[in-house]
Write a protein that binds this ligand. Structure first.
Ligand code: T3D
Length: 259
């Protein structure tokens, strides 16, 4: 259900239930947690790519996994979120290494929002994203109501969630939901090259940049300036910062070690 492969400092985590468009089950969540722990522990992993096998990124929660809503009045749809999705989204959002969602195909429901929790979203031209929840009379979850307004603005986010339509990759790029779109035939190669660039970069500094970006919307300017000074103190004391300046002076490419 979850496959992992490491190469060039990048762990590629592949959601792998192609016959169900990689829809999430509880077992898949457990395997994904394991994969993320392994990626966090392993110093050789400097960037992670989350993608899907086959023609989809993922179709969200597996709608056949267990009970049908509404029939006996006992189905607790919040419980699964609290157990599986909410910790996953928080973990990806705060992950100490750069995370890339590579949308090889549709990203639907909770999976659309798991993708938005990643630092960078790349998409194949044929991919789409769909906040499909309202189509089955559910509320956007897995962080959708938090990420979307912050990326596309409150009014547009609300429309996307109410309409629940499929948004093509080129439109996602225009809205800022996707960073780059690549032609389908070139997608795998472009994603690998994109990820390698981060794996070869100053990964400790990336973590500091992510820390600053995560809190900036909740901070006033004064607080954020003070935070920048603290983070810069840490970045400036790193081997990588020294290497970056040395490489500039010596007119060569820097060789970063992530410390
Ligand atoms: O606790 C809780 O449950 C609350 C949490 C909710 C989180 C959520 O994610 S809610 C949103 C769940 N996802 C959806 O509503 C999307 C459902 N899927 C679709 O609408 C369509 O499959 C797509 C638009 C994604 C793709 O359409 P299409 O025509 O390209 O493919 P298809 O033929 O519909 O799907 C291929 C197969 O995958 C098909 O199986 P079959 O008929 O060949 O045996 C289909 O049933 C299966 N599949 C697709 N999505 C899911 C799924 N099976 C289980 N769960 C799915 N989500």
């Amino acid at each position: 259900m979850i496959r992992t492969a490491i190469g060039d400092g990048v762990m590629t985590i592949t959601l792998s239930r192609p016959e169900r468009l990689n829809a999430f089950t509880s077992a898949m969540h457990a395997e994904l947690r394991e994969a993320l722990s392994a990626a966090e522990r392993d110093a050789a992993v400097r960037c992670i790519v989350l993608t899907g096998e086959g023609r989809a990124f993922s179709a969200g929660q597996d709608l056949t996994e267990d009970r049908l809503p509404g029939l006996d009045g006992k189905a607790d749809f919040g419980a699964r979120l609290e157990r599986d999705y909410n910790p996953l989204v928080e973990r990806i959002y705060a992950f100490p290494k750069v995370t890339i969602a590579a949308l090889n195909g549709p990203a639907v429901g909770a999976s659309a929002n798991i993708a938005l929790a990643c630092d960078i979203v790349l998409a194949a031209r044929s991919a789409y994203l769909q906040e499909a929840f309202a189509r089955i009379a559910l509320v956007p979850d897995a962080g959708g109501t938090w990420f979307l307004p912050r990326i596309v603005g409150a009014k547009r986010a609300l429309a996307l969630m109410l309409m629940a339509d499929q948004i093509p990759a080129d439109d996602l790029e225009k809205m800022g939901l996707v960073c780059k779109v690549f032609d389908d035939a070139a997608f795998a190669g472009e994603v690998a090259a994109f990820a390698k660039r981060f794996a070869n970069g100053p990964t400790m500094t990336y973590d500091l940049i992510k820390q600053a970006a995560r809190v900036s919307e909740d901070n006033d300017l004064k607080t954020q300036l003070a935070l920048e000074a603290n983070l810069q103190r840490k970045a400036g004391a790193s081997d990588d910062a020294r290497e970056g300046v040395l490489a500039f002076r010596e007119k060569r490419a820097p060789r970063y070690k992530g410390r």
